[in-house]
Each structure stands twice: as C-alpha cells, then as structure tokens.
Design a protein. Structure first.
Length: 399
C-alpha cells in the first residue's frame, strides 16, 4: 500500500516541484536552521554557563545540565581558536540540513543513480544526487564561514579553492553509505580539518589547493563524523580525546552526550563484508576463522555485524569494541581513513591499513584508496599479527 505522500509525489505536476525544491534543499522549515539557538536559561541569564571543572575535556558542568557543541568548543569550554568555532558552527549547520534531507519523505529520487550507467547497474561508484546535494550544502557552508581556504571532497575530482586568507583546510566525504539510502540504512558525513600551509601561499592556486589537501593525517587539528541514524550523532576530536554530541530536534542543538569516548580495549564483534571471504588473503581468513570459533587471544566466539555504512560500522565499534574493516583498496585515505583514524586513536583505539598506522601515511593522491582496519587496541594487535590481511584481489563487486 502506498502512503499519501508517495501517491502525491507520483503526480507529475507535483513531482517537478518537489524535485526543484529538493535540489535547493529548501524543503525544510527555515526556523529549524535558524541561529543562534540559545534556549532560555534556568538561571535566566540567557547564555548558560559552562564550567570547566579541571581543565580536562571530560570535566564539564553546566547550570542546566546541557552543553552544546558551540559552548563545548568555546571560551568557557575547551577554548579552541575562534576561527575554528566559527567553522564548526557552519559544519554542524550543514550536517543538520543533511540530516533533515536524508530523513525526508521526498528524498527517494535523490538516492537513485541517474544516467545510462545507472540503468545498467554498472557503475556503483557513480555519484548519486543525494551525494551531490550534500556536497553542495557543505561547500556553501564552508564558503559562508569565511574560514576555509580549500575544500577537498569525495564528490569533486580536484580540491576547490575557496579563499586566500581562510585559515583552514577541510577534507570531507559529504554522505558516506548513500548507496543504502533507499532502505533507510544509516549514513554519515566525515570531515577533517587542517591548518592552511602558509608556506605554500605563493604557489599557483591548483597546486596549493592540492598540496594543502594532501597533508598527512598526523597534522589534523580536528576531525568528526555525523551519523544519521535513529539519532543524529556528531562525534569529534580536537586532539585531546573524542566526544559525542546528540542532535536535540526540539532546539536544533548538538548536545554533549559523551565527553570522553573510550573504546573498549577488546571487543567481541568483527565487522566486514565476509561475502568476499574467498577473495581474502590467507592471513585474514585465518584471523576471522579463529575469532569466530573463540580460539583467538580472547576465548569467546565473536559475532559479526556489518551495516555496509562506514560511519555506522565505526560508531558501533567505538561503543562496543572489536574491529571494523574493509580489507580491499576501497576506502579513501584523505577524507575517510585519516579523520576516522584520528577519532579512533583519540578514543584509545587504532587505525591501520593492516600494516601501518594510518596517520603515519603520506597521501600522494586525493582519491587514494587503501584497506582500512579500525578498532580496539587488543583486537587490532591480534589482527595485525596475522601479517597478511590486506586483500589484493579487487575484482569490483556489483551489489
Ligand atoms: O562494498 P564493500 O566493500 O562492502 O564496501 C562498503 C563500504 O563502502 C562504502 O559504502 C563507501 O563506498 P562509496 O564511497 O563508494 O559509497 C562504505 O560506507 C562501506 O563501508
């Protein structure tokens, strides 16, 4: 049975209008996105006071028990640079718009691929409209922030130079996992923030755009992901622990819900697309066979969980421990592996390509792909001890 909105949407006259609106991402009440979003304070003072109890990122108290993202990073919170606060405010705004878009009843056409390749189902990497809309939302927010020199995105062949005096560089996958969107499976936005390399300022624009975007993950000043799921969760790091914020739909604020994520040292869950078992190298097969049977260093049988949405698989891994992996050259170093590894390390875990620490790698290409393993320290050590865990066969998979 079709819902009323589906039926209405199928009327050609309305469909055109909805598509126009969607392409401008204007379907949502303006009030939802309005800033500032300060709620009345219980103390009646307007802005709620945030008290840093000991200077550590895990010790905050507020007069009404809530800390918003902007309060957390601001003067009375961890006190990052003013420019970074402005930038984060624009990124969170963009992500709230994406959150609304992915949950909209009118996004079904946006999740589908267009064009001949899509009709034949032949190019699973072809960008989908939702990816593109999300990319535009992020780009527009970064431009308006006035704080960004260059944005490098999964959706653009080359980095986009925004402003000569923007102090920051942003790398992003605007909407990861979007191939699953029609089934309402969780998706995510990933971002990493670097300082602009001032020593490159005199180079031609294209060159400095690329070199700024190819910075090693060890130079990240901040990173985050937003998980669009039953709750919209923003997870961040500023280099001193990792934190989560949950979107309060009643006010539009991201509220601090975990000031210090600690990934368990050992989990009991592995996350991988194991339909690829017969394409795996010997070491990876042995590792998975061993932990499945409870014959590894942790004497319990592991369970499998695989959403096929990187942010969602990682978020669960941070919460429950274990290891999330994609052993073939598929995920991207610059805007997926680096920001996520920074978050995992800051939560006490490890990010690796199966041999090397991700954050130690020097990117050589913007869209460089690699095997990615993220997880609990003890699980990661055990996995890497099998030595041969990177999948070399990568035939391409149609699903
Ligand atoms: O097909 P595989 O190898 O299981 O890869 C799934 C992974 O690909 C992703 O969908 C990202 O791939 P795309 O960037 O091509 O969408 C991740 O979200 C997910 O973890």
């Amino acid at each position: 049975m079709q819902s009323a909105s589906t039926t209405l949407y199928q009327l050609p006259s309305l469909r055109g209008k909805f598509q126009t609106l969607l392409s401008k991402a204007q379907l949502f009440p303006v009030s939802y996105f309005c800033r500032p979003r300060t709620r009345p304070s219980v103390s009646g003072s307007g802005m709620r006071s945030v008290i840093a109890l000991s200077g550590s990122s895990s010790s905050y108290a507020v007069d009404d028990g809530f800390v918003t993202l902007i309060e957390y990073v601001g003067k009375r919170g961890i006190n990052v640079e003013d420019g970074l606060v402005v930038l984060l405010d624009h990124i969170q705004y963009a992500c709230k718009r994406i959150a609304t878009l992915v949950a909209s009843p009118f996004n079904s056409s946006l999740g589908k691929q267009e064009g001949i390749g899509a009709a034949a189902g032949s190019d699973r990497d072809a960008p989908k409209p939702l990816d593109i809309v999300s990319n535009e939302i992020i780009l527009s927010s970064l431009q308006k922030s006035g704080k960004v020199a260059v944005m490098a995105s999964e959706e653009n062949d080359a980095p986009i130079w925004i402003s000569d005096d923007g102090p920051y560089v942003v790398v992003t996958d605007p909407l990861d996992g979007s191939r699953n969107i029609d089934a309402s499976i969780p998706t995510g936005t990933i971002f990493g923030i670097y300082k602009r390399l001032e020593e490159l300022d005199d180079l031609p624009t294209e060159e400095k755009a690329m070199l700024n975007s190819l910075q090693s993950g060890s130079r990240l000043v901040a990173a985050g992901y937003v998980l669009y799921s039953s709750a919209t969760i923003l997870c961040t790091t500023f280099g001193s622990g990792s934190q989560t914020f949950t979107l309060d739909h009643s006010t539009g604020d991201f509220i601090l819900t975990n000031p210090s994520i600690e990934i368990p040292r050992r989990g009991q869950i592995y996350s991988v697309n194991d339909a690829r078992y017969f394409d795996w190298p010997e070491g990876l097969r042995r590792y998975i066979d061993t932990i499945r049977q409870g014959k590894g260093k942790y004497p319990k049988k592991y369970s499998a969980r695989y959403i096929c949405s990187l942010v969602a698989d990682l978020h669960r891994t941070l919460m429950y421990g274990g290891v999330a992996m994609n052993p073939r050259d598929h995920l991207r170093l610059v805007y997926e592996a680096n920001p996520l590894s920074f978050i995992v390390e800051q939560a006490g875990g490890r990010g690796s390509d199966g041999k090397n620490r991700i954050l130690s790698l020097q990117p050589v290409k913007l869209h460089q792909r690699l095997p990615l393993f993220l997880g609990s320290l003890e699980d990661m050590e055990e996995l890497e001890s099998y030595d041969d865990v990177q999948q070399r066969v990568n035939p391409g998979y149609e699903v």
